[in-house]
Design a protein around this ligand. Structure first.
Ligand SMILES: O=c1ccn([C@@H]2O[C@H](COP(=O)(O)O)[C@@H](O)[C@H]2O)c(=O)[nH]1
Length: 231
């Protein structure tokens, strides 16, 4: 588990917006309350990849949450293309062929590859409906073990599984958890959910928070409260 010099780095704000100017305006409003932003495919498909170097040049960290999954050659070359942007994290789905391809594409670039185990919007019924026989916790643990074996830098899971994932991957791999809701916030479509304080106690490295911040009247204040809750 890395010892973060700046506690703000623990919070990753999901810029799930459909417009780059809107995303840049939100970063300005949040100001020095946050240091780490996530660009997912809603913003990426709206021109948001161009924002990665702009944020990185300002000393902000960027998590590129593209959740790549395709044939190995496409993943490898796709990751290679993304290495020039200056992002800190990139996600792929935790399928062995995909994870190996992502590491080949990353090569010696400092970009860290994170493996998405089971989406936090899935409960047991959703996983069964998608054809998985294992309980979610076991599927997450199995995928985390495969990611470790392959040499992936970090795991994306829900904070509910963080302690068991930590026991599988050890102290040196990152655990990044979406599905985080400050107490009293609307869950939306998230099903495996914890508060920032619970997630921190469970041993996460970073939490990802989107709508509770992006939809708030004062996003900067909410970000500050979340960071304080994890201190
Ligand atoms: O399992 C996963 C993987 C990624 N996400 C992403 O995190 C944010 C969460 O946003 P909220 O508004 O805080 O729910 C979003 O960008 C997802 O694509 C996830 O939720 N779960």
């Amino acid at each position: 588990m890395p010892d973060l010099a700046d506690p703000r780095d623990r919070l990753i704000v999901a810029l799930d917006l459909g417009d780059v100017a809107e995303a840049e305006a939100l970063v300005e409003r949040i100001g020095d309350a946050a240091t780490f932003y996530k660009i997912g495919y809603r913003l990426a498909y709206a021109g948001g990849l161009a924002l990665v170097p702009r944020l990185a040049e300002r000393g902000l960290k960027v998590f590129l949450d593209l959740k790549l999954h395709d044939i190995g050659n496409t993943v490898e070359e796709g990751v290679r293309s993304l290495t020039s942007l200056g992002a800190t994290f990139l996600t792929v789905h935790a399928y062995p062929q995909t994870m190996r391809a992502a590491l080949r594409g990353r090569g010696a670039n400092p970009l860290k590859i994170l493996a998405v185990t089971v989406l936090t919007s899935y409960d047991e019924a959703d996983a069964r409906e998608a054809g998985y026989a294992l309980p979610v916790r076991d599927l997450v643990a199995q995928r985390a073990a495969q990611a470790l074996e392959i040499g992936i830098d970090g795991i994306v899971c829900s904070a509910e599984e963080a302690a068991s994932v930590r026991s599988v991957v050890g102290p040196d791999r990152l655990i990044v958890t979406p599905g985080i809701r400050p107490s009293g916030s609307d869950f939306g479509d998230q099903k495996r959910v914890m508060t920032p304080a619970e997630a921190r106690a469970a041993g996460i490295d970073h939490v990802v928070v989107g709508r509770p911040i992006t939809g708030a009247a004062d996003p900067s204040a909410v970000a500050r409260r979340i960071v304080a809750e994890m201190a």
